[in-house]
Design a protein around this ligand. Sequence first.
Ligand SMILES: NC(=O)c1ccc[n+]([C@@H]2O[C@H](COP(=O)([O-])OP(=O)(O)OC[C@H]3O[C@@H](n4cnc5c(N)ncnc54)[C@H](O)[C@@H]3O)[C@@H](O)[C@H]2O)c1
Length: 262
Amino acid sequence: MTGAASAVLAKGAYGFNGEVVIVTGAGRGIGVGIADVLAEAGATVIVADISVGMARERADTLRMAGHLADHVQIDVADEASIVRAHAQVVAKHGAPWGLVNNAGILDRQLLLEATAAEWDRVNAVNSRGVFLLMREASRAMVEADRGGRIVNIASAALIGSLTYGHTIYAASKAALMGLMRAAAFELAAHRITVNTIMAGGVATPGAIQSKGPAPEGPARRRPPLGMCTPRDIGLATLFLASPLAGALTNQGIAVDGGWSVT
Ligand SMILES: NC(=O)c1ccc[n+]([C@@H]2O[C@H](COP(=O)([O-])OP(=O)(O)OC[C@H]3O[C@@H](n4cnc5c(N)ncnc54)[C@H](O)[C@@H]3O)[C@@H](O)[C@H]2O)c1
């Protein structure tokens, strides 16, 4: 991350003025970087995480820094939890302007050893949960009739930044590209955009503690611009989630430190 990337953003950057943006998995890792930049720019950030303790702590930290933030407990693997958490946000803050589906599981299994149970566990969070929360949020956005933004966090695994064990994970992230395309088409009439960030390797707790075979493979190549930080992913997400990005939909953007040119 360059010095400029770490500079605190001005309130009102990219046209934000208190718009409510839900960020899943914002209790730690990449979600923290996304929540930070959105809050700095002037969004009202809803830190949504399965860990209510981490979610509350992040929202408190943002508010203590003078930003607008709240938290909600959500398990994106559980439809009832998604519906309840989303309704809770709407009751307190109104329909969301934006949704960032960032919560994810990074565990790996070799295809030759992979199980249906692991497929179901990873996809419940990485793809099914994204679909369900997109449905809830876009229903509220359509009813509010103000437009809206959906940004999903996929992976540079989709452009070849693979390690052994990525079969189920890459498939769960590839599902987000199909979801994006079809939803962007259906929601364009409501001025709601849907875009995807393909994040490169970021040293987060989830990446460091991920289970699976030794992570050998093309993803071990060093990106020419260096490893990304959560804030780097956040800065790209910020624009896609912003009021100014109204003409940009159905785009998958790799934020991978230039890995793809190696
Ligand atoms: N770190 C990387 O190298 C990398 C690379 C590409 C893509 N990504 C993607 O970025 C996203 C964030 O990953 P990260 O590296 O910050 O991981 P992380 O494990 O450090 O953080 C993930 C967050 O999601 C939350 N979460 C997990 N399951 C949840 C559930 N069922 N419901 C609600 N919240 C849940 C966790 O509590 C945690 O706060 C994921 O979608 C991941 O696939 C990460």
